[in-house]
Design a protein around this ligand. Structure first.
Ligand code: ADP
Ligand code: MG
Length: 409
């Protein structure tokens, strides 16, 4: 019998990779905006039409590409970010797999315009379904613009898999927020069907959170800060009374990258123990900084699962950090009217027990776990700035700065 194995053509391999990397319009936005961040962009504009089905365009003012690179970037495993496998453990960029652009261009019609600051003219490349249709010199501004049109036009099965516009748009908002939260120094805007949805100015992490979620969240953000030799933790945890049954304001980032981490989530939840209503969970925006050699980012194509070498050591550090934040701000119980009503009506329900039980109070408002000698065991750092931060009038920073209206679906 003759041999049966053959190498797949690049285009087929790219479409297979696209199966993992490009699940929906939001994944395209993630990959393109991450590329813009890696290119050192200070300002990134995202334009979408029909929740990304017909158009996703990302325009940046980053370093741009040469004529040759503008073509090469669509080749499989073509990257400027790593050169050897060892580089995977000293990553300082979001990308490194060289997969995004070939994958995206294998399932869409893509127009790239790019120019480096040092070049007089830029380059335009058009590529449809992985096939280069056009390449020419053009007059464009510095930076890169990539327009991805008619996503999955050549893969009807994938197109059918897309959900309603409102669902796809909410995925887009999530991806956009994840990148925005971890790059507060970058100006970011998002337009949907020509309507401005987000306009985020460069600023601090707190300002960025407020820019995304609105002024109301500001008073509920408690700073968290731990400096230890193996991990630096910064960010904010939400006041317990802002807990929710379904909470999508829960973010972990490591070295500038969004990640999911159920083990660390448990540490946060344990920190809130006794503070939360049953079956609810709090907001958090927690940023870890670790030596890049202590994490493995390359365990999932979308890089949202990250393996930590020393997660068991980090767990108690995180737990202590959360407890310290809550304790430091003397979180006192607040009884809201709904809850109070329940307590009252329960007290008047006739039962076998004529004396109504007082509701059990689990909270100790003076609780501060770090009022002990052990407080310095994780490196501590100065916390005097916290007070200043909360008492200063943050709202005024955002006066006249309203989040754009979300589009009406
Ligand atoms: P990766 O990001 O993993 O390297 P991509 O397929 O996303 O792979 O991009 C391939 C290469 O194209 C990048 O390594 C980078 O050199 C270049 N590139 C992509 N997007 C941009 C951009 N917006 N600005 C400048 N260069 C870019
Ligand atoms: Mg990339």
């Amino acid at each position: 019998m003759s041999d049966v194995i053959h190498l797949l053509p690049d285009n087929v391999a790219n479409q297979i990779a696209a199966g993992e990397v490009v699940q929906r319009p939001a994944s395209v936005i993630k990959e393109l905006v991450e590329n813009s961040v890696d290119a050192g962009a200070k300002s990134i504009k995202v334009l979408i039409k029909d929740a990304g089905r017909t158009l996703i365009q990302v325009i940046d003012d980053g370093k741009g590409m040469s004529e040759t690179d503008a073509r090469l970037c669509f080749e499989r495993h073509a990257t400027s970010k790593i050169t050897s496998a060892e580089d995977l453990f000293s990553l300082h960029t979001m990308g490194f797999r060289g997969e995004a652009l070939p994958s995206i261009s294998s399932v869409a019609q893509v127009e790239l315009k790019t120019k480096r600051h040092e070049d007089e003219v830029g380059t335009l490349v058009e590529i449809n379904g992985g096939k280069i249709e056009r390449q020419e010199s053009v007059a464009v501004s510095n930076g890169t613009s990539i327009a991805v049109k008619n996503l999955f036009y050549n893969v009807p099965a994938r197109r059918k898999f897309l959900k309603s516009n409102s669902t796809e748009f909410s995925h887009i908002e999530h991806e956009f927020s994840r990148i925005a939260l971890v790059n507060p120094q970058v100006e970011l805007s998002l337009y949907h069907n020509d309507q401005l949805c987000y306009q985020l100015r460069p600023g601090s992490v707190r300002e960025r959170i407020v820019g995304i979620y609105g002024k109301g969240i500001n008073v509920n953000l408690l700073p968290i800060q731990v400096d230890s030799t193996i991990v630096k933790i910064t960010g904010f945890v939400g006041k317990p009374e802002t807990d929710k049954k379904q909470n999508d304001h829960q973010y972990f980032f490591v070295n500038g990258r969004y990640m999911r981490h159920s083990y660390f989530h448990k540490a946060v939840m344990q920190g809130y123990e006794r503070f939360l209503q049953p079956a609810t969970s709090p907001d958090y925006f927690i940023y870890f900084e670790v030596n890049p050699s202590c994490i493995d980012v390359n365990i999932h194509p979308t890089k949202t699962e990250i393996k930590f070498e020393n997660e068991q050591t980090i767990w108690p550090i995180l737990l202590a950090g959360v407890k310290e934040s809550l304790g430091k701000f003397n979180i006192a119980p607040t009884i809201d009217f709904d809850q109070e009503k329940d307590v009252m009506s329960e007290a008047f329900i006739p039962s076998n027990n004529p004396i109504p039980q007082l509701p059990k109070m689990n909270l100790d408002p003076t609780y501060n776990p770090f009022n002990t000698e052990s407080s310095s065991s994780y490196g501590g750092g100065s916390h005097s700035s916290y007070k200043r931060e909360t008492t200063s009038n943050w709202e005024s920073l955002y006066e006249g700065f309203e989040r754009g209206e979300s589009p009406d679906f």
